[in-house]
Design a protein around this ligand. Sequence first.
Ligand code: GAR
Length: 190
Amino acid sequence: MTTKIAVFASGSGSNFQAIQEAIENGKLDAQIKIVVTDKPNAFVVRRAENFNIPVFSFIAKNYDSKSDYEQEIVGILKAHEVEWVILAGYMRLIGNTLLSAFANRIVNIHPSLLPSFPGKDAIGQAMAHGVKVTGVTVHFVDEGMDTGPILSQAAIEVIDGNRQATEARIHAIEHELYTRTLQKLFMEFN
Ligand code: GAR
């Protein structure tokens, strides 16, 4: 059965695009019902429009609290019959409102081998630390910052002093690992 998902993103949306392409190529049995973004001008919005996928954009500071905007999001996700929330470069902590509405059904991708380098700019953190190997983690989301149970990981070698090339390696592996992990997960739950 096709799994109905929402993709949350704050930036370029290359992972969103990889997921949508995997769906179109028959590698992932899912349907992106809606993209949610906290950055109305992010490039992910244009990518979503190119695929004719609806977008819900919001500006957090226009709401009194996190639970206020998350309540609105939950309503929209329910109206679209969304079953899983897939975070793809969504740079906000998920609060209790979303966590309880989608208990154990929120997944994130993070550009490091967790528990190393949680939080912002994980690639920069890893390079500043001088690690030789870093990678990507797909994990369930809990109330912590990049702390939930790990679903899958993949490693890459850091290219010393070359952030751009290291980042390209991370992105390439992310796109493949995320779609493969999601397919396995959805098959287990269906
Ligand atoms: C990805 O590298 C993702 O792992 C990272 O943001 C990037 C988004 O790229 N997420 C985090 O750092 C979450 N803590 P994209 O917009 O091109 O998919």
